[in-house]
Design a protein around this ligand. Structure first.
Ligand SMILES: NC(=O)C1=CN([C@@H]2O[C@H](COP(=O)(O)OP(=O)(O)OC[C@H]3O[C@@H](n4cnc5c(N)ncnc54)[C@H](OP(=O)(O)O)[C@@H]3O)[C@@H](O)[C@H]2O)[C@@H](O)CC1
Ligand SMILES: Nc1ncnc2c1ncn2[C@@H]1O[C@H](COP(=O)(O)OP(=O)(O)O)[C@@H](O)[C@H]1O
Ligand SMILES: [K+]
Length: 515
């Protein structure tokens, strides 16, 4: 069993691949072996995270996820724990594996069966969520007139989420789609604050495989601390014959600097953006300066800033290392260009030249918005790949939606798919931002970033990411590696942020230290 932390790369498998692996393994083992292993692993982790639990409430659903819970109940009761089971299945519809575990639990003396969950659980107790696993339906049934299993299940789920006791979810937090990190309709938490338990009160033990939905969209809030038990798959069948659906990214290799190097060794970044106040009364030069600062702290040899400010009057007192340049004075062919941060409408005029001539390119914010409305610019963007000019897009979900001509809800509903589609459409690397940023590259397995948190949800942190990425490209990194490294480092700085200091984008840029 492994505790998942952002210190290594892990393969992730969607439901389809997990089912294939499960079948391949089950074919080699005695019947019921996998569920026995799953139940034992759940019981072991339950005792490790709540060694002094007085009551352990196990909410068991109608399928095999419930079977895992019943199997765990048997082990916990035999270990002398006070176990209360609420079971939602029927003997007529029980799958064969779950039936065997149900029989075992039925005959176990120390188990109490309760049709209504205990209401007096405290922080000293433990809940085990074995209601739904990877078999969750992604559509609701028509609402019946009388309460059914479905409505009872939703009630129990609400009780698990609001309980004072910590929760251990079996395989996936019930109701969460293991592929997308979205909740199944009707099983969403009632309120934003009910979506995540504080601190160490929520755990998920992922069985057989790690699933992508645990790490992106709502996954991180729902899952809490993720653990993984492969049920012997790595040793017995090898996970190798099934390609991963995605990778959970690990820390990039640490690269020291050669003594015999100079600023030319690390390349030049040019930030093009920052519409001035004069054009439309909306000054956005700060965004470009944030990207410039991040590029500097990310290790670029030199950083040039070309503000889209008509009179170019701005003086950069705060960061004297940044060099102002008129756009016309940039030698785009030898630069890594970061274009779009605070670009407003002014960025439209420079985009054709940037797309045509920039050696390497990061496109962010308004550059993406303008490209999404202009077919000629889209063609120019796609054509860069044939010239071997690396390009990385860094959209947030709404920017991605504009580029794909869809809605941000649709993008969020299928983040992995949306990132891959964008990468394919424009033949470039894409970092689809937000919790569990997805990094995709045409024809490559996508990566999900494990670092970062809600403190990054503040204006300007995206500009910092774009600048940092520009530094990686300037140093000659391949775009996929540069994107994985920048997104990881950006989130890592936020994760290590001192609790008593507010995270602002400017401070974030200054604290970045790679290269
Ligand atoms: N077999 C094995 O070897 C191993 C399996 N393992 C375990 O099995 C789990 C997968 O089990 P599974 O396929 O039985 O699906 P599961 O997640 O229990 O859900 C299906 C049940 O829920 C119901 N249901 C669905 N959605 C609903 C909703 N919205 N609201 C209400 N009800 C809903 C659905 O009802 P139905 O749609 O059929 O009417 C059906 O009864 C997996 O996650 C892992 O924990 C591990 O032990 C490894 C070895
Ligand atoms: N809840 C969150 N968890 C992890 N990362 C987040 C979260 N909210 C925002 N971020 C990160 O912060 C950055 C915000 O970028 P963006 O939305 O472009 O903001 P801005 O345009 O103001 O700079 C992205 O890197 C995004 O992934
Ligand atoms: K579950």
């Amino acid at each position: 069993m492994q505790r998942i932390t952002p210190d290594q790369t892990y393969p992730l498998f969607n439901t389809e691949a997990t089912r294939r692996l499960e079948q391949a393994m089950a074919a080699q083992l005695a019947p019921h072996t996998l569920m026995q292993r799953a139940g034992l692993a759940v019981a072991q982790l339950a005792q490790a995270i709540a060694p002094h639990a007085r009551t352990i409430w196990i909410a068991c659903g109608p399928g095999n996820n419930g079977g895992d819970g019943l199997e765990a109940a048997h082990h916990l009761a035999r270990a002398g724990r006070k176990v209360v089971i609420s079971w939602l299945g029927t003997t007529e519809t029980l799958p064969p594996d779950a039936r065997q575990s149900w029989e075992k639990a039925r005959h176990c003396a120390n188990i109490e069966w309760a049709d209504t969950p205990p209401t007096d659980l405290t922080g000293q107790d433990l809940c085990i969520d074995a209601l739904l696993g990877i078999g969750v339906r992604s559509s609701t049934r028509p609402t019946p007139s009388a309460p059914t299993h479905d409505t009872v299940l939703a009630q129990w789920l609400a009780q698990l989420r609001s309980s004072a006791a910590p929760v251990l979810a079996v395989d996936v937090p019930s109701g969460l789609d293991a592929d997308t990190g979205q909740y199944a309709p009707g099983l969403e938490p009632a309120t934003h604050s009910a979506a995540a338990k504080p601190g160490t009160a929520q755990h998920t033990l992922s069985l057989l495989t790690l699933k992508p939905g645990l790490f992106t969209a709502h996954g991180r809030d729902a899952a809490g601390q993720v653990w993984w038990h492969d049920l012997g798959a790595t040793a017995e069948t090898g996970l190798n014959h099934e390609p991963p659906t995605a990778w959970l990214a690990g820390p990039p290799p640490r690269g020291g600097r050669l003594h015999a190097s100079h600023k030319g060794s690390y390349g030049d970044v040019a930030v093009v953006g920052g519409e001035g106040l004069a054009l439309r009364g909306m000054g956005m030069t700060g965004a470009a300066l944030l990207a410039g600062s991040a590029a500097l702290h990310g290790g670029a040899g030199r950083v040039l800033v070309s503000l889209l400010d008509q009179d170019q009057a701005t003086e950069i007192h705060t960061q004297p290392e940044l060099m102002l340049r008129r756009f016309e004075a940039l030698e785009l062919e030898s630069l890594s260009v970061v274009c779009g941060c605070g670009g407003g409408q002014a960025v439209r005029t420079v985009l054709p030249a940037v797309l045509q001539r920039a050696q390497a390119l990061v496109l962010d914010a308004d550059a993406l918005n303008i490209i999404s409305t202009d077919g000629a610019l889209q063609q120019a963007l796609t054509a860069r790949s044939a010239r071997q000019h690396p390009t990385v897009l860094t959209p947030h979900p709404l920017e991605a939606a504009r580029l794909l001509h869809t809605t941000s809800a649709q993008v969020q509903a299928h983040r992995l798919m949306a990132a891959r589609e964008l990468a394919k459409k424009f033949q470039c690397t894409v970092a689809l931002k937000g919790s569990g940023t997805v990094i995709a590259h045409p024809d490559d397995i996508p990566h999900i970033n494990p670092t970062g948190n809600g403190s990054l949800a503040t204006a300007g942190t995206g500009d910092v990411l774009a600048g940092l990425l520009g530094a990686g490209l300037a140093a000659g990194m391949m775009p996929l590696q540069a994107a994985i490294r920048a997104v990881f480092a950006h989130g890592q700085v936020a994760d290590a942020w001192p609790l008593d200091e507010p995270l602002t984008a400017g401070a974030l840029a200054r604290r970045i230290k790679i290269g």
